[in-house]
Design a binder for this molecule. Sequence first.
Ligand code: SF4
Ligand code: SF4
Length: 445
Amino acid sequence: MSATEFSGIAERRIEDANLVRGVAALTRERIERVVKAVTRGEAGARLAVYHETCMRCGMCADACHYCISHDGDPTYSPVGKMEQTMWKLLRTGGRVDPDDIYGMAQIAYTECNLCRRCVHYCPVGIDTGYVMSLVRRICHRLGVVPLYIQDTAHSHSGTMNQMWVKDDEWIDSLVWQEDEARGEIPTLRIPFDKEGADFLYSVIAPEPKFRTQLIYQAAVIFDQAGVDWTMPSSPGWDNSDMCMFTGDYEMMGRLKRCHFEMAQKLKVRRIVMGECGHAFRSVYDVGNRWLGWKNHPVPIVHSVEFFWELLTEGRIRLAKKFEEPVTIHDPCNIIRGRGLMDKLREVTHALCSNVVEMSPTREHNLCCCAGGGVINCGPPFKGVRLAGNKAKADQLAATGVHTVVAPCHNCHGGLEDIIHHYKLGMHTKFLGDLIYDCMEKPGAA
Ligand code: SF4
Ligand code: SF4
């Protein structure tokens, strides 16, 4: 396949105000300078090895849901995306036109979920997600980032959370959910800033913003399990990280530092995270490494693992099981990224009588197409996500069930859009939804 055949992105350009504004301010000299600074100054040997070892064999094409969903169009294949972006930048030494950067940004931010499925299919293990992250890093340093996701990154830098939640609104949300939950469990408290607690519970900003019932449910689960927990009242409570996805690594580092320093200040034994995949990637894999931390300074546990502990230790006892057949969606960041596939299944089977596996599944599962910050690029690119994951719609429909269990916020957003668009007649559930519904609540009024 020659480079000249890769004309796809020019034909599918989507108007985004911030991409237009950013590209208008570029010069060829500035592009070349930034490309060299990132590819030679930040990336090092890993990128060079990937570039030199990629055989353009195309074996990665069948791994990518965008490529599968577009009938094998090579411009959507992992190698096709690298060819139109990073390989072109390396081949030219960064001597490209400002207009080229528009297309590269559109590919890197909206046509790759950084899901890393393709790594498993490449005979030499090239991580296209890593390469696309570096393209995003270049675009960030050039000021060419889609408007909606840039807004979330600005929110992080202004408020230390993703959704412009003010400090008093955060506390109000927790007190509100505590009040609500006390209607069900009269003695329940959400403990603020409890020094020395066994764990700090951290969530992502969409929870206080528009999924507050998840805070309610977590409070009931922890209270009735009798665990020693706390939530912070000040910045550091949000573990999400859109800066990791825009390529603003300096801000990503500030966020991680704030998060872990909060846990250290409260002298908790560990952090338990809510059901989010990308946040886990940012604290467990990317942000900590950017800061040069070999290990994060406070142990961190994803809620799939924590729920598994509560169930296997008998701290949660079940009053019933969920009887309707369910299927399991494996979120990329905690399955390919952390290997929680067995624990996810043990928890789901403990809660549900009838589990129907998707095909393929576990580390081979297809991404929801929302991850990697793609859903955060907003309405202009929603159609790209829906068309780019017909493969997921087919996979969901083939299960024949109506309930999808997915322990990740982004996956819920992506799957709900796919379910609605392809009229699949399904709905999504978090593990917390199922545990809350099925557990014994001895303290209930
Ligand atoms: S499978 Fe690997 S070596 Fe082959 S084209 Fe894809 S990235 Fe390159
Ligand atoms: S979306 Fe996933 S499978 Fe496709 S290129 Fe990106 S990392 Fe690879």
